[in-house]
Design a protein around this ligand. Structure first.
Ligand code: NAD
Ligand code: DAU
Length: 341
């Protein structure tokens, strides 16, 4: 594999993936297509911007002519689709952009890849398509899709489109579904970077509901290694789950963060719950371990400490983000909740 076209490479996971591939495969070149929405930040890849193996094209995956032109020009050996609206809370306020990018954007990519005979396509999906677990059990690749948020529904729709192209057109696609990622370059609307940022400035940490919801945390580099393994060795038409085998309740995670940051638990503020809040995610990733020879490698305690250190030493990166559109979002999402809870 020589050239990979990545979409959404200026976001959290996409930028980590681009850096991982350029850093581990000297023969690879990457074309990054990103619309630079509020979540896309070219600064995330500033360290590779001058690498002759890396090209950035600003553009929207919904724009069929732009995608056809870009794919026609670089003739990639594979397309990896990270581009998405990714935040559940934003999808509750307005599902429109989620339907456009996550569903229509995926359809455009599938059609153009088919027309241009791109030999490999990987759809980066999420465990949220499976819905919510109770106290027991795990999501396997056979778990029926039961998305609960507009975000999850848009991702499930995209997965079904990919499936249908595999079945109908023998399209060479693989779908990966991963649990909650943490690590450097995550947009500070998500739990871990948001809480690190608030704790650092002694602002309240808004825990939804009673904080007993469970997430299965995986380091972003373990996810990137999984995507690479599925891209190189996954079977067309197959789905692969990735998870960290690391279930933590939100309140335990919040306390752990405060402890590592040496901040008091009095900063915890229980606020109104997220509507339709999924109770528990937990991934059975044994298929990926068996068939892709992949396993999560980063221990959560170590990964979390390194992640905290990264955010503490990249204060300006976060401040630049937080001074823009983000401020309005924060007011809208938390202003009332924090005052009235
Ligand atoms: P992110 O929000 O940090 O980044 C998304 C990127 O996509 C941004 O750079 C944005 O500019 C770009 N983008 C958005 N709309 C676009 C469009 N129409 N055309 C081109 N580019 C567009 O998201 P993330 O957390 O890095 O997630 C990446 C992918 O991984 C998503 O598909 C998400 O559903 C999936 N995923 C995320 C997690 C997680 O924990 N964050 C877990 C599993 C799966
Ligand atoms: O499981 C994979 C998914 O993980 C990805 O598909 C999504 O793109 C990604 O955003 C993430 O979704 P979550 O909704 O699980 O992540 P988030 O960081 O928004 O929330 C994690 C948990 O923390 C969730 O139970 C809600 C809770 N939470 C979140 C925020 C932002 C709070 O209690 N307070 C908050 O302020």
């Amino acid at each position: 594999m020589q050239c990979i076209l990545v979409t959404g490479g200026c976001g959290f996971i996409g930028s980590n993936f681009v850096r991982h591939m350029l850093g581990t495969d000297s023969g690879i070149s990457i074309v990054n297509v990103d619309a630079l929405t509020y979540a896309g930040n070219p600064e995330n890849l500033a360290d590779v911007a001058d690498d002759s193996r890396y090209q950035f094209h600003r553009g929207d995956i919904i724009d069929r002519d732009f995608i056809a032109e870009t794919i026609g020009a670089c003739k990639p050996d594979a397309v990896v689709n990270f581009a998405a609206e990714s935040h559940v809370d934003r999808s509750i306020h307005d599902s429109g952009p989620f339907v456009q990018t996550n569903i229509v954007g995926t359809q455009v990519l599938l059609d153009v890849c088919r027309e241009r005979d791109v030999p490999r396509y990987l759809q980066v999906s999420t465990d949220e398509v499976y819905g919510s677990l109770g106290e027991d059990g795990y999501f396997t690749e056979e778990t029926p899709l039961a998305p609960n948020s507009p975000y999850a529904a848009s991702k499930a729709s995209a997965d079904l489109l990919v499936r249908s192209y595999c079945e109908t057109h023998r399209f060479p696609a693989v779908v990966t579904r991963c649990s909650n990622n943490y690590g450097p370059y995550q947009f500070p609307e998500k739990l871990i970077p948001l809480f690190i940022s608030n704790a650092r400035s002694d602002k309240p940490l808004p825990v939804y509901g009673d904080g007993t919801n469970v997430r299965d945390w995986i380091h972003v580099l373990d996810h990137c290694r999984g995507i690479e393994a599925a891209l190189r060795n996954g079977q067309a038409g197959e789905v692969y789950n990735f998870g960290g085998r690391c279930e933590v309740t939100n309140i335990d995670l919040t306390r752990k963060l405060l402890n590592l940051l040496d901040k008091p638990e009095s900063l915890i503020k229980f606020v109104k719950d997220r509507p339709g809040h999924d109770f528990r995610y937990a991934i059975d990733c044994s298929k990926a371990e068996r068939e892709l020879n992949w396993t999560p490698q980063v221990d959560f305690e170590t990964g979390l400490k390194e992640t905290i250190d990264w955010y503490l030493s990249h204060e300006e990166w976060a401040q630049r983000i937080q001074s823009g559109e983000y401020r309005q979002w924060y007011e809208r999402q938390y202003g009332e909740r924090i005052e009235t809870s």
